[in-house]
Design a protein around this ligand. Sequence first.
Ligand SMILES: [Zn+2]
Ligand SMILES: [Zn+2]
Length: 350
Amino acid sequence: MRTSVLLSRGARPTALVEAELDDPRAHEVVVRIEAVGVCHTDLVTRKALGDRPAVLGHEGCGIVERTGTAVDTLAVGERVVISFASCGRCGQCRAGHPAYCDLASALNASGRRLDGTATIRVDDVPVFGAHFGQSSFAAAALADARSCVPVGDTPPEIAAPLGCGFLTGAGAVLNVLRPGPGDRLLVVGAGAVGTAAVLTALSDGVEVVVAEPVAARRELAARFGALAVASLDDPVPSVTHALDTTGRPEAITRALALLRPRGALAVVGLGPATAGIDVRDLMLRGLHLRGCVEGDAEPSLLVPELIRRHTEGRLPLDALVTTYPLDDFDRAVTDQRAGLTLKPVLIPPG
Ligand SMILES: [Zn+2]
Ligand SMILES: [Zn+2]
């Protein structure tokens, strides 16, 4: 079917172009995209692909328009958020940890389906598609039904980032660190992932400290009840749990030092590959250091939980979102880099 897609080529300005979307395979659906978040990984992938034409976007939300012959879990007309792709059959998937699926990189980062076929063609030429099993910077996207989670009547611009960014921050708190009332969580970096973690922890009655250099982001976290400091060089109380969203080695070592005995630090930021860790301190104080991808979430479980909290007014995710037309992607990215917006969400032409 014909659809319009936002085509990226390296650092060149993006453009909306006409494209041919493949027909859905047996387990796939076509989703008419209503909103799609911009996530850091889109920008990292764009850089890594160089000049190769690509359709990115992996926080799609929209209405199921067509279903493959074997899809019995979704109905045409239903609103879904599209999360990352996983096989559903390997040991990690069956144990409820699809972010660590054996086929994660082939399904999410190869630019094609698992069988090597392309999902999107522009001028009859296949382009990098199937990004995180979707490529949803587009008016319509193909996705495996398994990656789609129904979101009811949740506004699409709120539901879209639940596919990745919000899922990552909230899941790091609820699935990995699991602080409770009486605990204190340090969040380093209050971008979209960090702020989603902050709000999720606050919604469970956890005391939260945020370290974030951008004043507007500090003010937002403080407005919802977190103690906000500009840097970890400021006086910060000791904490039971910490989450680093920056990937900066010095932030990771400082966060470890701020943990109380038996405290836990989870890292979710992509930074340099190595950091100097005081292994003796780790051992003597019984600290935990954990990595975490996609909040170690099973989207079909965590997305409904986050929507429930949002509906109850306990998780004000709408405060994080700014909408832009899809073809204003470049401005959205510039605004995000300048700290003017936390989570840009793009709206395709209707
Ligand atoms: Zn799997
Ligand atoms: Zn993402």
